[in-house]
Design a protein around this ligand. Structure first.
Ligand code: SME
Length: 155
């Protein structure tokens, strides 16, 4: 299946899954699984959630991929913290060119971080790493923004 068809299929699957009987956390995990195992260049897929008890800090939520030491990330640190500060999608084609990149795996070459909003408030982010450089395009960005609209209902 070509990638754009896969994007359409995944949007429909995620939309259908929202109506299932599982917990919100299980549904977020399922989104990670659906993305990682259907799109070959998505190697690490996870959510960071805005910690309601801390001022401007992200905490690692459900994810699929290797363990990461970056369990808490203050706004403004790393690519995730940058997206939280800017409140917009950050797409990095070559992580080796970024001074503030926080590495969790030396194989990662590119990354995209998409913010998740609820009532215009930032509540989390979807973070995806790839072992390919320039793995993400504007099409990925638009697709992932749709997925994040669904994820917003689960946070
Ligand atoms: N690379 C991210 C940190 C998250 S781990 O990659 C999962 C960053 O620079 O913020």
């Amino acid at each position: 299946m070509d990638k754009e068809k896969m994007f359409g299929t995944l949007v429909r699957k995620v939309g259908a899954m929202l109506r299932s009987e599982q917990s919100n956390r299980s549904k977020l995990e399922m989104i990670c699984r659906l993305l990682k195992y259907n799109i070959p260049e998505y190697d690490w897929v996870g959510f960071y959630l805005v910690d309601p008890d801390k001022n401007k800090e992200l905490i690692l939520g459900p994810f699929i991929g290797t363990q990461t030491e970056h369990v808490r990330i203050p706004f403004g640190r790393g690519i995730c913290g940058r997206a939280a500060d800017l409140k917009e999608t950050v797409l990095i084609s070559d992580v080796s060119l970024e001074n503030d990149y926080l590495s969790c795996n030396p194989n990662v070459k590119s990354e995209i971080v998409v913010p998740i909003f609820k009532d215009n408030r930032l509540v989390g982010e979807l973070d995806i790493d790839s072992h390919e450089s320039s793995a993400f395009t504007e099409k990925d960005e638009r697709f992932l923004e749709r997925i994040c609209e669904y994820a917003s209902e689960l946070i």
